[in-house]
Design a binder for this molecule. Structure first.
Ligand code: SPV
Ligand code: MN
Length: 630
């Protein structure tokens, strides 16, 4: 039963067709929520999506009609621009609303709940005047599954709604089936007033406020996907909070199948901070992709099961070229539904980006408006042809390497977990942790990465980023580490944990020691290790591959020679750097993190001891061969 006054509001605001779509979902909690924000935001018009092809087409067309997207030369391709200063996640204005007495630890940005709600509700008041509101329903994770979470998105951006239709599974039927429930993630977004380029004008009032108490996220005066696409990183914060309470994990992880000998497929997950090779790993030729960004992980009958929360890719386009990324390259040049954002477009509607290994025209249109080679911004900084965080949005079904288990409601069984960051001087390209606790602590919880353009701010600074999830944590870090440790205790067979580093540089020359495609080999080695088909060398920080095994894999997979001297340089154990890292990490957990599990310090201490002993025997920089003969 809808309460009368709610029904009156909905009847008055929605036309008959849209009203009928909405009330087919028999959920008074949902109706109340929608009525509240319809009244507050006050849009001129409202569209309810029931997930049908017709609804999806309506939103696709609206994006063109409103000018938030423009058609490109290839059929189905469109381009969207975000404001020049709205090109990445806004950490500073993304905050948790916390009630008095709640403490999320000092590394999470918070604001008083009452004050924050008041502020955001004032910002949202009448914000949709002159706009159409789109009400869309989705499911995070496959539908009809223990993993799935129903979501409702309210947005006045047709670009955001269009992106979500590409990236997420439709959930209208799931809402109808579930009926009355308040386990619903809710997102209210408004791009606010737009300028003549259709980008958000009032950036100084950009706010992303997360209310864990009601599972609601508010986002205003921004368009960049990471700030606005509710189901992506905003939902992730809500899900991490639920997962912590309900005994499962929400991770910033790819999910993929590694294809090993005898046609076997070994599923792994991998955590990498933004712009550190997560998507390109998930897209490795010869392997199959389940997901490239967010995974829900549950223990089911003693096994580790994972699903991709999404069904599409919001991928970084910079650096994608035909040689290194043949699969993505092909998709980006085939007629298909794709939204390009913040790339360079010429007058014929062709798209260009940094690092595509093609000639870039010296003028066109990009995130700065009219663009020409050498153009500078207000701060005098030269504007590249495309933004380093320029992206493409496309459904996974466009990819030939799509794994058949994408929509499997039971998920896939995970046998290995990988952690990797942008690290120019410490970690070897691939190593395996000694066990679950060692892996969670010295690889996951110790992850650091040099900052990239995916967040606003200065690039290149080394940042602590546990499990690559720091930006999205909605619970204190110490608790999060503990939950990861505890998860392993429930498992009959624990996945092996690995650390990779695609960014290690030569100590002397400063050049990268590995090539982009070498990572293929590291994953084939992971498959062999999972199946006990490769030996390893024990180092102070973990197990590393034998030269002979890698040499064979390089030959077989890449048809490439693999000189011993490459191996020695890549896998040299850098003791001073590893020791310095332990000190940095220890300090963070001692000083910045409350309730760090004690075992974290014990395991770091043991690692330090092993490093010091090895240093005494072999010096600061240790060849893997020195360790082999022991
Ligand atoms: C990331 O930055 O990790 C992304 C894109 O996947 S965003 O939606 O901005 O988070
Ligand atoms: Mn991401």
């Amino acid at each position: 039963m809808i309460e009368d006054y709610i029904d009156d509001i909905l009847k008055e605001r929605l036309d008959e067709d849209n009203y009928n779509k909405l009330i087919r979902i028999k959920n008074p909690y949902l109706h109340r929520f929608i009525a509240k924000y319809v009244q507050l935001c006050n849009p001129d018009k409202i569209f309810v999506s029931d997930g049908s092809e017709e609804s999806i087409e309506y939103i696709r067309k609206a994006a063109i009609k409103n000018g938030e997207e423009k058609p490109l030369a290839i059929r189905g391709h469109t381009v969207h621009f975000d404001g020049y200063y709205d090109q990445a996640r806004d950490r500073e204005h993304t905050k948790f609303l916390v009630s008095k007495g709640v403490d999320l630890g000092s590394s999470l940005r918070t604001t008083d709940r009452e004050k924050g709600l008041k502020e955001i509700h004032e910002i949202l008041k009448d914000i949709m005047n002159g706009h159409e509101l789109y009400i869309c329903f989705y499911s995070l994770g496959p539908t009809n599954s223990v993993f799935s979470i129903p979501c409702v998105q309210l947005t006045d951006s047709s670009y955001v709604a269009h992106s979500e239709n590409i990236l997420y599974r439709q959930g209208y039927d799931e809402f109808v089936r579930r009926g009355e429930t308040n386990y619903v993630f809710k997102f209210v977004h408004s791009e606010g007033e737009l300028d003549e380029r259709k980008t958000s004008k009032n950036i100084s009032k950009r706010r992303i406020y997360i209310d864990l108490e009601t599972d609601t996220v508010y986002s205003a005066n921004t368009q960049y996907g990471g700030n606005t696409i509710g189901l992506k990183k905003l939902a992730m914060r809500l899900a991490i909070n639920h997962a912590a309470k309900e005994g499962w994990l929400t991770e910033h992880m790819l999910v993929m199948g590694i294809h090993g000998p005898k046609n076997r497929v070994t599923y792994i997950t991998g955590a990498f901070p933004s712009m550190c090779g997560k998507t390109s790993t998930a897209m490795l030729e010869g392997e199959t992709i389940v997901g490239d960004d967010i995974a829900y992980i549950r223990e089911i009958n003693g096994e580790t099961k994972a699903v991709n929360v999404e069904k599409g890719v919001f991928g970084i386009i910079k650096g994608i070229n035909s040689k290194d990324d043949p699969i993505q390259w092909k998709v980006l040049h085939t007629p298909n539904e794709i939204i390009f954002s913040n790339v360079l477009v010429d007058e014929k509607g062709n798209v260009y980006w940094q690092g595509m290994n093609r000639e870039i025209p010296d003028k066109g249109y990009n995130h700065s408006g009219e663009w020409w080679n050498g153009k500078k911004d207000k701060e005098g900084k030269e504007i590249p042809c495309s933004h380093p965080n320029a992206r493409f949005t496309v459904a996974l079904e466009a990819f030939e390497n799509l794994d058949p288990n994408l929509d499997n409601p039971e998920g896939v069984r995970i046998d290995a977990i990988v952690y990797g960051g942008r690290d120019s001087d410490t970690w070897v390209p691939i190593q395996e942790a000694f066990n679950w606790e060692h892996g969670i602590i010295t690889k996951g919880a110790s992850l650091e990465s040099e900052r990239t353009a995916a967040v606003l701010g200065k690039e290149g600074i080394r940042e602590f980023n546990p499990m690559s999830n720091l930006d999205f944590l909605s619970i204190p870090i110490g608790k999060y580490v503990e939950i990861n440790l505890d998860f392993g205790k429930k498992l009959r067979k624990k996945p092996k944990i690995f650390a990779v580093n695609y960014f290690i540089k030569d100590k002397e020359t400063g050049e990268y020691l590995t090539e982009k495609n070498d990572k293929k080999i590291w994953y084939k080695w992971i498959d062999l290790r999972v199946h006990n088909e490769a030996e390893a060398i024990e180092t102070p920080t973990g197990y590393i591959p034998l030269y002979e095994d890698l040499k064979k894999l390089f030959k077989k997979i890449l048809d490439k020679e693999y000189p011993k001297k490459n191996y020695e340089k890549q896998f040299m154990i850098r003791i001073p750097e590893n020791l310095a890292k332990i000190e940095r990490i220890k300090k963070i957990y001692e000083e910045k993190v409350k309730d760090t599990p004690k075992i974290l310090f014990e395991i770091l201490e043991e690692e330090k001891k092993r490093l010091v002993e090895t240093k005494q025997k072999h010096g600061d920089y240790v060849s893997p061969y020195d360790l082999l003969v022991e």
